[in-house]
Design a protein around this ligand. Structure first.
Ligand code: B12
Ligand code: SF4
Ligand code: SF4
Length: 373
């Protein structure tokens, strides 16, 4: 076993290269997590997600990622920034973790550690938000934080505004002695305030109800979650926004990101632009996000739901955009435009598709009043 001072030096290298917290876990199978993945998949709670659910035996066993793996060096990079005010006009919001390429910065820090290890003859593999490893469990085992009831990992005194990643190595490193104790206590705010009641038990998210997944899923956006989507184009931060430890950190003034004062273009997105620009521009602007099948029409679908929720403040623009989408060649988008038109009281526009024979559009036209969450 290498000495503690060896790890301390690696932690320093990571911190000098953009990491906020670094810990070590043994590279052994995450048995309880494999069970959790399999059980939740069997119950349908994964909502069809692939990612780590595709092969639970693989994503919970670090030795599958690197032959002879002995240790995991797990890192967290903070992304807490101040939310800039929404610009005037039709704008949709994105979740904080995508305001910058924090995964790339996290990877840089882990790569710097890997370089040191490799120079000393050890093998390494860096995994950042990779389907090959369940990041939160690695971080929990490395003593970085505790599982909040919203399932996010919270770092003591620093909250959950962190992305997580690991480096698998065959170097035998001393691991964290103890996991971090629960810091939620009797709080249930994230459960109570999730807009879609997606946290179905402490530490369990039903992806079928979670807005963060629904904006990434294919198909028609489920009707009961369209209003709760509010102005979100991508991601959802509500269960972190309401979290008391996060609020405490925000009030403390600690910030990690480098968003310039008043800069809002990485946070708020012009709906008119999203709904009128071509595929190449959409993929160029939002390509870092997980867009199902790389099909920009799914972003347009989300944008139409947002337009239904906020368009009444800009009636003329909203009318033009809705009309444009009622004439779309894609029936999924025509169907969503029917919803948008009705939500905005533009029932006269719906006549444009009254003879539409597509099943998706007909379903939308025939929809009885939706059931609220
Ligand atoms: C699939 C996935 C999602 C899915 C499902 C999330 C979920 N909670 O199930 C969706 C698309 C909804 C999603 C959303 C988000 N995600 Co995500 N996602 C992932 C991904 C790819 C895999 C996660 C996974 O495999 N989970 C497996 C399940 C079994 O784990 P779990 O849900 O955490 O369950 C654990 C707890 O239940 C705990 N547990 C067991 N018993 C009990 C009992 C109690 C009382 C408690 C409290 C806990 C507990 O043990 C389980 C693990 O064994 C990871 C990246 C990766 N490669 O790991 C990112 C990741 C988890 N996501 C991340 C982020 C940032 C988000 C969002 C905040 C993004 C956003 N703003 O929109 C939201 C947060 C939503 C939420 N409340 O979780 C970060 C989390 C960072 C952190 N500090 O925790 C990760 C690690 C990405 C990264 N590399 O940084 N995500
Ligand atoms: S990300 Fe949003 S929808 Fe999903 S559990 Fe958290 S608050 Fe609920
Ligand atoms: S809101 Fe409360 S229960 Fe939820 S993660 Fe934060 S501290 Fe834990």
């Amino acid at each position: 076993m290498l000495p503690d001072s060896y790890v301390e030096d690696l932690v320093e290298v990571g911190k000098a290269n953009g990491l906020d917290a670094v810990g070590v876990a043994r590279a052994e199978p995450f048995v309880s997590t494999q069970n959790d993945l399999e059980e939740r998949k069997a119950q349908g709670l994964h909502g069809g997600m692939q990612f780590t659910y595709r092969n639970p035996a693989r994503s919970t066993d670090p030795t599958r990622a690197l032959v002879g793996a002995k240790s995991l060096i797990v890192a967290a990079r903070g992304y807490l920034e101040t939310v800039p005010d929404s610009p005037t006009g039709l704008h949709a919001r994105s979740a904080r973790y995508v305001w910058d390429d924090h995964y790339a910065k996290l990877r840089n820090g882990l790569d710097a550690i890997a370089e040191v290890l490799r120079a000393q003859g050890w093998s390494t593999r860096v995994l950042v938000d990779d389907n090959a490893l369940v990041d939160r469990e690695a971080a929990y085992r490395a003593g970085l934080g505790w599982y909040g009831k919203n399932t996010n990992l919270l770092l003591p005194g620093q909250g959950s505004w962190f992305v997580l990643g690991s480096l698998v190595t065959d170097a035998p490193l001393p691991a964290a002695a103890e996991p971090v104790a629960d810091g939620c206590a009797s709080c249930t705010r994230c459960i109570d305030e999730c807009p879609t009641n997606a946290i179905v038990a402490p530490g369990v998210v039903d992806a079928r109800r979670c807005l963060a997944w629904l904006v990434q899923d294919t198909g028609i956006f489920p009707v009961e979650f369209r209003r709760p989507l509010a102005d979100r184009l991508y991601g959802c931060d509500d269960c972190q926004e309401v979290c008391p430890p996060n609020r405490l950190v925000e009030r403390s003034g600690l910030r990690h990101g480098d968003l310039a004062e008043g800069e809002s273009s990485r946070v708020w997105f012009d709906l008119v632009q999203v709904l009128t620009c071509d595929d190449a521009t959409l993929l160029d602007t939002y390509g870092r996000w997980y867009i199902p099948r790389r099909d920009p029409d799914y972003l347009r679908r989300n944008a139409l739901v947002v337009l239904a929720n906020i368009g009444s403040r800009h009636a003329d623009q909203a009318r033009d955009l809705t009309e444009m989408y009622l004439r779309s060649a894609n029936p999924m988008l025509r169907a969503h435009a029917v919803w948008t038109a009705r939500e905005l009281g533009l029932d006269d526009l719906v006549d444009l598709v009254s003879d539409d024979t597509d099943e998706l559009v007909r379903e939308e036209l025939d929809r009885p009043d939706f059931v609220a969450v």
